[in-house]
Write a protein that binds this ligand. Structure first.
Ligand code: G4P
Length: 524
C-alpha cells in the first residue's frame, strides 16, 4: 500500500525551471503558469507591479530596487491532479553559480525565446548547462502577438546554434497584428487567438479544423494560403517527435504562443503532463541507482539563502528530494557531519510567504531553516549514504580584493564573509595574512555580495581590483613548480589555488609543466 502511494505521488510530479534571455518573457510565463495552476486567481492583477512582486523571488531589497531576481525560489502548484515544482533561475544578464546549481535540481527545462529575436546569448549559456546534464527541454516561442521571425527560421536557428533537433508541435498562424493562433500538428486542430485585455482572463482557445470557415474568415486570403503551405511543408520536412530523443535531451518539442495574453500557456501545461518526465532514478558516483520510489529518504542541498525574512533573520537550505517520503519531524543523517538531524521546521515558499510542510515526496523542494548546519551539496538520508556527483563549483575568472572599511564592525564582517561564502554568493580565497580575494563567474555576484554584507551584516567594505584573470586548483605537492610571480591562495577549505594574471601565463605554465594538473573544479 505504502509502495503504491509513493509510486503514485512520484508519477504525478513535474519539477522544472524556465530558462530565458532577459526580457524573453520568463516572469510573464511563470505568472501565467501559476494562473492556470490556480495559484493566482486574479490574473488581471498579475501584471500590476505591486502584485508581481509576490510571485517573483525578490526577497532582497536589492532585487526590488533593481528589479532583478538574484536568488532562486521554488514555487509549487497543482495542475490537473499533478504537482508542479517550478524553480526560478536568476533572470539577470549576469551569470552566477546559483544558476548552475538550480539546474542540478530540476528534471526538465522550458526554454523561452522571444519570437522576434530567437536564440540570444543567455539562452545559449543556460541551454549548455541543461545539455551537459541531458535535461529534456521544451521550447516556447513567446510574443507571437508581436511581429515575429518566420517559424522556419526560428526552428533552424535552434537547431544550428544550439545543436538540438527542433520539432514543432504546433504551427503558428501569422504573428503580430496578423497573429490568429496555432495549428496543433498532432491533434490536427486549430486554436484561434482572441486578444484579451491585458491577460485579464484565461485565453479563449476555440478549437476547430484547418478548413473551418471561421478560421478562413479570420485570416486574409494570402495569410491563409501561406499558413496552409507552411503546415504542409512542416509535415513533410520535419522529423516526427520522439519521446526517447526528447528524454535524452537530443530533441526539443517547440510551441508558439503569447504569454502576456495567456495564449498557448494551458497547452504547454498539458504537454508537461503528457510528455515531461516525472522524477527519475539517479545514478550515483559509485554506480548505484537511487529510485525516486525507494522507501529510504534521500535529498541534497542545492542552495543556501541567508536573511530571507528580515523578521526571522534566518538561513534557509533548499533541498531537492531525490527519493522517498519526507515527513515533518523525521530524523535524517547528514553524512558529512556524521550527525543525525531532526527536521522540525521545513517550509515551502511562495514568493515572500512561507508555509510549513508536513509531507513531501521525491521531486519536491523544501526549505530547511539552517542555523549554519548545512553546506551546498550536503546529502540528507535515512538509508545508506549515496555518493552523488558533487554540485559543480567553477574556477572563477573575475577577482576583487576585499577591504573592510570599518574596523569597529570586524566581527560582523567576518560573520558575513563566512555565511555569504558558504551560501556560494562568491568564492573567498585567502592569500595568507593579507586581505581576502573574492572570486566569481559573473560581476553581479560581487555587487550582490557587497550590498548584502552592508545591508544584512552592517559591514562596510571596499572592493579593489586585482591583476588576476583566471584561476585553477592544484595539488599541494605541485606548489613548488610555481614561480613567485604566480599567486598561491587557499580556498574556503584550505585547498591550494593558483591565480594567474592572464590566460597566456597559464597556457605558458601548462606548456612548460604538462605533468601538473590544473583543475577547474575543487578536489572532492
Ligand atoms: P523576463 O522575466 O524574461 O525578463 O521577461 P518579462 O516576463 O518581464 O517580460 C519582458 C517584457 O516583455 C515585459 O514588458 C512583458 O510585458 C513583455 N512580454 C512578455 N510576454 C509577452 C508576450 O507574449 N507578448 C508581448 N507583446 N509582450 C510580452 P515590459 O514593458 O518590460 O514590462 P511590463 O511593464 O509589461 O511589466
Amino acid at each position: 500500500m505504502a509502495e503504491e502511494k509513493i509510486e503514485k505521488e512520484v508519477a504525478r510530479r513535474r519539477s522544472f525551471a524556465i530558462i530565458a534571455h532577459p526580457d524573453a518573457g520568463k516572469t510573464t510565463l511563470t505568472e501565467k503558469l501559476l494562473l492556470y495552476g490556480g495559484a493566482i486567481h486574479l490574473a488581471g492583477h498579475v501584471r500590476a507591479k505591486k502584485d508581481r512582486k509576490s510571485t517573483r523571488s525578490d526577497w532582497m531589497t536589492m532585487e526590488q530596487e533593481r528589479g532583478i531576481s538574484v536568488s532562486t525560489t521554488s514555487l509549487q502548484f497543482e495542475y490537473n491532479a499533478h504537482i508542479l515544482n517550478l524553480l526560478d533561475t536568476p533572470g539577470h544578464e549576469d551569470f552566477s553559480e546559483d544558476t548552475y546549481r538550480t539546474l542540478m535540481a530540476v528534471d526538465f527545462a522550458v526554454m523561452t525565446l522571444d519570437g522576434g529575436k530567437g536564440v540570444e546569448p543567455q539562452t545559449i549559456k543556460l541551454f549548455q548547462i541543461c545539455r551537459e546534464r541531458n535535461i529534456p527541454i521544451f521550447t516556447f516561442i513567446n510574443k507571437m502577438d508581436m511581429p515575429a521571425r518566420s517559424p522556419f527560421e526560428l526552428l533552424d536557428e535552434v537547431e544550428k546554434v544550439l545543436g538540438i533537433t527542433a520539432v514543432p508541435m504546433v504551427w503558428p498562424m501569422g504573428s503580430g497584428r496578423d497573429f490568429r493562433g496555432y495549428y496543433d500538428l498532432n491533434a490536427k486542430k486549430v486554436s484561434l487567438f482572441e486578444k484579451t485585455t491585458g491577460g485579464a482572463f484565461r485565453a479563449p482557445e476555440k478549437v476547430s479544423g484547418l478548413d473551418d470557415p471561421e478560421l478562413i474568415s479570420a485570416m486574409d486570403e494570402q495569410l491563409y494560403a501561406t499558413f496552409k503551405e507552411e503546415v504542409q511543408i512542416s509535415q513533410e520536412a520535419i522529423l516526427p517527435f520522439s519521446i526517447e530523443e526528447f528524454k535524452r535531451g537530443a530533441m526539443t518539442p517547440v510551441y508558439f504562443g503569447s504569454a502576456i495574453t495567456n495564449f498557448g500557456v494551458q497547452f504547454l501545461l498539458d504537454e508537461f503532463i503528457r510528455l515531461a518526465p516525472s522524477p527519475s532514478p539517479v545514478l550515483t558516483d559509485d554506480g548505484n541507482v537511487i529510485a525516486p520510489t525507494d522507501s529510504a529518504f534521500t535529498a541534497f542541498v542545492f542552495k543556501l539563502q541567508a536573511n530571507m525574512n528580515r523578521q526571522h533573520r534566518d538561513r534557509v537550505a533548499f533541498v531537492r528530494i531525490v527519493s522517498g517520503k519526507f515527513e515533518r519531524g523525521m530524523t535524517v543523517k547528514v553524512p558529512r557531519l556524521n550527525k543525525e538531524v531532526k527536521l522540525t521546521s521545513p517550509v515551502a515558499f511562495f514568493g515572500q510567504e512561507r508555509n510549513t510542510v508536513d509531507i513531501a515526496w521525491a521531486g519536491d523542494i523544501i526549505g530547511l531553516i539552517n542555523p549554519g548546519t548545512y553546506r551546498i551539496g550536503d546529502v540528507l538520508c535515512t538509508g545508506d549514504e549515496p555518493k552523488f556527483n558533487p554540485l559543480p563549483k567553477f574556477a572563477p575568472d573575475i577577482f576583487a580584493k576585499l577591504v573592510s572599511t570599518d574596523t569597529s564592525k570586524l566581527k560582523q564582517f567576518r560573520k558575513g564573509l563566512t555565511e555569504l561564502s558558504e551560501e556560494g554568493v562568491v568564492q573567498v580565497f585567502n592569500p595568507g595574512d593579507q586581505t581576502p580575494i573574492l572570486g566569481a563567474v559573473g560581476q553581479l555576484q560581487f555587487e550582490v555580495f557587497k550590498f548584502r554584507l552592508e545591508d544584512e551584516y552592517g559591514a562596510k567594505v571596499r572592493l579593489e581590483s586585482t591583476p588576476f584573470e583566471c584561476s585553477r586548483w592544484v595539488k599541494e605537492q605541485d606548489l613548488e613548480k610555481f614561480s613567485r610571480f604566480d599567486s598561491v591562495v587557499r580556498d574556503e577549505r584550505g585547498n591550494p589555488v593558483i591565480l594567474f594574471e592572464s590566460q597566456y601565463r597559464m597556457q605558458n605554465f601548462m606548456n612548460q609543466h604538462p605533468e601538473v594538473l590544473l583543475s577547474i573544479h575543487p578536489p572532492l
